[in-house]
Design a protein around this ligand. Structure first.
Ligand code: SAH
Length: 456
């Protein structure tokens, strides 16, 4: 058996020397890294080793011998344990610095562009209670329905009522809905046996409109008294304009299934962004932090420095939020998005906001981009907003072939952003500047907007 410098259940005193990009403190014992929740660089801590792996281990703090000046009082230690708010022990000012550093680091190490200016993260005045959406798993514990969150890397649920980062009206709604479901004797889904009914409660609430959508994710189609339950939800929560049953029959960690049924009200909800009205369907993506999404989009629009003659591609358009926000300033907008429901939303959203120069296409961005090239659509500005895995190489190649003057890259993952900026650089697009925007206060997730300009 291989010898490690530490053993499971060993107690030792260590110094924290670093913070991982997931917000764990790092200590080294004879070069062997230990990852330690709720610890910050500069702190001396007494820890208990809880897991010893091949290349690194995990420990938990039993006692702080010194505390970092950057520490802030933790609202609830379960927010760290569950990963709901994994940076909530770090002062907000330092969280913003941490995120700027994340971007600077990848620009150095992955993109090999240490000189690109990375600005200070734009943060929130009130960095909590911001989430407009919650996806809460439901379990049965001692005959009662329980809502909360899983302990990190486990299936052990911790009951939570105050989620801190969610709109408090959503927290409230979750308990009300849970209690209604309890009264109707709805059984919670059980992962192990793949039995039971209710898997997740999802609540979305419009920041501006206060319209609420409730999605009940069930294992089976047949939902006894589903309509009555939905009506009761609306009665007790008058903001609810839509109750949807989503059916997910699979044994999977993926939350939503493919099929939706309206149990009460509309099949969508409405909210606003930068003064425009948007319809949001259950399957469609919508930024979870409305106020900061506005800051993000405005930054992207400012970076694009648009002219009336511009032809803009809005790739990964979702329900059309970005393209519709700028359509009035340009000649044409072409949007592409892989989720059909979202594209239908985008088309209706363009109409709702009296936009008649935005054209939407469902499909993979990398495929549709090629088709647009063949059709000789000549964009002058390309805006991309991909998911965490970033852009497909073929998308970047097609984008470069269009000879667009500018690319504005909105990213929720600094590592793939840096990888993609490097490829753009090789194809003649220089990264001019990057602006991180904090969409996820108290969490390590880092969002940033980069401006790329075609070199002469
Ligand atoms: N710009 C939108 C959505 C951004 S989220 C907004 O700000 O609201 C990223 C979007 O990319 C999601 O809607 C997702 O469905 C979509 N997507 C994921 N992979 C894609 C691909 N290969 N091609 C096109 N769209 C994709």
């Amino acid at each position: 058996m291989k010898e490690y410098p530490v053993q499971k259940n060993q107690r030792l005193t260590v110094s924290i020397i670093d913070l991982t990009h997931e917000g764990m403190g790092v200590a080294k014992v004879d070069g062997y890294p230990l990852f330690i929740e709720n610890s910050l660089p500069g702190e001396e801590v007494e820890v208990l080793v809880i897991k010893v792996g091949n290349k690194f281990g995990f420990a938990k703090v039993e006692n702080w011998l010194t505390e970092s000046p950057d520490r802030q009082p933790i609202k609830d230690v379960d927010l760290l344990r569950t990963g709901i708010a994994p940076l909530s022990h770090l002062s907000y000012e330092k969280q913003l610095e941490f995120k700027q550093e994340q971007v600077k680091n990848v620009m150095k190490k992955i993109a090999k562009m240490p000189d690109v200016p990375v600005y200070e993260t734009l943060g929130m005045e009130k960095p909590f209670g911001y989430r407009n959406k919650a996806q809460i798993p439901v379990r049965r514990v001692d005959g009662e329905l329980m809502t909360g969150f899983y302990r990190k890397n486990s299936h052990q649920m911790i009951a939570i009522d105050d989620y801190y980062i969610q709109d408090p009206a959503i927290d409230e709604a979750i308990s009300v809905i849970r209690n209604i479901l309890q009264r109707f004797d709805v059984r919670a889904y059980d992962e192990e046996s793949h039995k039971g009914m209710l898997r997740h409660i999802i609540v979305r609430r419009g920041h501006y409109t206060h319209e609420m959508m409730v999605i009940l994710v069930t294992r089976k189609e047949k939902f006894f008294k589903g309509d009555l339950i939905a009506e009761t939800i609306n009665k007790e929560l008058p903001e609810v304009v839509s109750v949807i049953q989503n059916i997910n029959e699979d044994k999977t960690n993926v939350i939503l299934g493919k099929e939706n049924r309206v149990l009460f009200g509309k099949d969508h909800m409405i909210d606003k962004l930068l003064g425009n009205t948007f319809r949001i369907s259950p399957q469609s993506f919508f930024q979870v932090n409305t106020l900061q999404a506005e800051v993000l989009y405005q930054t992207a629009i400012d970076f694009a420095d648009l002219k009336k003659s511009d032809v803009v591609i809005d790739a990964y358009s979702g329900i059309g939020t970005i393209g519709i926000s700028l359509a009035n300033q340009v000649k044409d907008v072409y949007g592409v998005e892989v989720t059909r429901e979202a594209i239908l939303d985008a088309q209706i959203n363009a109409e709702k906001n009296h936009i008649d120069n935005a054209y939407y296409q469902v499909g993979k961005a990398e495929v549709v981009m090629k088709k647009w090239l063949e059709r000789e659509i000549n964009p002058t500005v390309i805006i991309v907003d991909p998911p965490r895995k970033g852009l497909a190489e073929s998308f970047i190649q097609s984008a470069a072939e269009t000879k667009a003057k500018k690319v504005v890259y909105i990213s929720c993952n600094p590592a793939t952003l840096a990888r993609d900026l490097k490829l753009f650089q090789e194809l003649g697009y220089k990264t001019e500047k990057i602006q991180p925007v904090d969409l996820f206060p108290q969490s390590y997730h880092t969002e940033a907007v980069a401006l790329l300009v075609k070199e002469k």
